[in-house]
Design a protein around this ligand. Structure first.
Ligand SMILES: Nc1ncnc2c1ncn2[C@@H]1O[C@H](COP(=O)(O)OP(=O)(O)OP(=O)(O)O)[C@@H](O)[C@H]1O
Ligand SMILES: [Mg+2]
Length: 361
């Protein structure tokens, strides 16, 4: 485990007047790099050859490091190069998609914005639920056994990405029938079904509020809000019910893009309190709590109840809808504020106040 002391030692050797902001070339990298440039940082991008075109078309990167695979981030040689460039890494979705929690906490010896301890709370579905529940959020009910199903549930597979293989069921009988079908079609394995996580299906619309937890200001800011554009669920309604039944579509949730959302104002106080409470709970579980961006995945029902089913304690791609500006960032900062820039601002301020060690781990 890389602890605060180890990171502190690396930071001590850094030339903080030449700090660079670095990340993997995908997910929300353009958001992060644009923000870094606007705050006067040098930028370092670890990128696959095929994606380099993004940084030619949008020249936001000072140092482009081409790798075959993102796992090269674990190589001592690359890490040494990053440290020599005084890099602070900004973790995003591709970090957790390509590297394991253990690799991130034990083998990545480059300072990262955020709290590495929280990765363990986030990675495990049970502990994540514990965290959110203890923070007082409303979570969809969970069911221990398929035999207990007494309402519409979503069956989630362990470690599935983008909801692949998830399915819905209404009764125990319906569950076993669907599971059998899915296994026959090779969409899920027997083991998937044995370890399936059954969650009450919250019927409503998806809303993803993004916050920034500032350790320097001791404040949680609401900065952005989006919803996802998911294939195939968002396209099922385009074909008539008759054909839906005939082709037996499975509702997958592969994210293709995001839309900005402006929420009914009466919902904002609760959304704000949820962010505050999640951070407060994290302060207890893994001090000093969340550092920097985080996002809650919620569903809001027609009686205006907000259900939270997941947290990401890092920048999410949904904040890309705010590059330039968004209503919520505008309300707080005026024009030209967005998550990538807010991150850079915090790092700049941390250097100025000689508190960089407090915002990296
Ligand atoms: N309890 C729920 N009630 C209603 N819809 C849900 C619920 N849980 C998940 N969903 C829907 O399923 C989609 C995928 O679920 P979830 O976010 O848990 O999957 P995931 O594997 O974490 O995907 P990603 O990593 O892309 O977030 C969500 O975007 C949401 O639309
Ligand atoms: Mg999710």
């Amino acid at each position: 485990m890389i602890d605060a002391q180890a990171v502190g030692k690396i930071i001590e050797k850094y030339d903080q007047s030449k700090l660079s902001i670095g990340t993997l070339g995908s997910h929300s990298s353009l958001n992060i790099f644009k923000g870094a440039k606007e705050e006067g940082f040098r930028t370092v991008c670890i990128c696959k050859e095929k994606d380099a075109i993004m940084y030619q078309k949008y020249p936001l990167v000072d140092e482009l490091i081409i790798v075959k695979d993102f796992t090269e981030l674990l190589s001592e040689q690359l890490q040494d190069r990053l440290r020599k460039l005084n890099v602070v890494l900004i973790p995003h979705g591709s970090f957790t998609a390509y590297l394991s929690t253990e690799q991130l906490t034990d083998s990545l010896k480059v300072p990262m914005l955020g709290n590495r301890q929280l990765l363990h709370w986030e990675a495990n579905r049970k502990s994540q639920e514990e965290w959110l529940r203890q923070a007082g959020l409303r979570l969809p009910a969970t069911f221990k056994s398929p035999d207990d199903i007494d309402c519409l549930v979503i069956a989630k597979l362990q470690g599935a990405k983008g909801g692949r293989g998830y399915f819905l069921a209404n009764t125990p009988k319906g569950f076993y029938k669907k599971a059998e079908e899915m296994m026959k079609r090779g969409l899920v394995t027997k083991q998937d079904i044995e370890t399936v996580h059954l969650q009450e299906y919250a019927l409503g619309v998806n809303v993803y509020p993004s916050y920034f937890s500032s350790i320097l200001n001791n404040d949680v800011e609401l900065l952005a809000m989006d919803r996802r554009y998911e294939s195939a669920v968002d396209s099922i309604g385009k074909i008539p019910a008759q054909q839906q039944l005939e082709i037996d579509v499975a509702p997958t949730y592969t994210v293709v893009g995001n839309f900005p959302i402006v929420l009914r104002e009466s919902l904002l106080p609760e959304i704000m309190r949820m962010g505050e409470n999640v951070h407060k709970k994290a302060e207890e579980l893994a001090p000093p709590g969340i550092i920097g961006p985080f996002c809650l995945e919620t569903v809001i029902t027609d009686d205006l109840k907000i259900y939270c089913f997941e947290i990401s304690a890092r920048i999410v791609a949904g904040t890309n809808v705010g590059i330039g500006t968004s209503p919520y960032a505008y309300l707080r900062y005026g024009e030209n504020m967005y998550m990538g820039r807010r991150i850079a601002m915090e790092l700049k301020e941390a250097v100025k106040q000689k508190r960089l060690h407090e915002v990296v781990a």
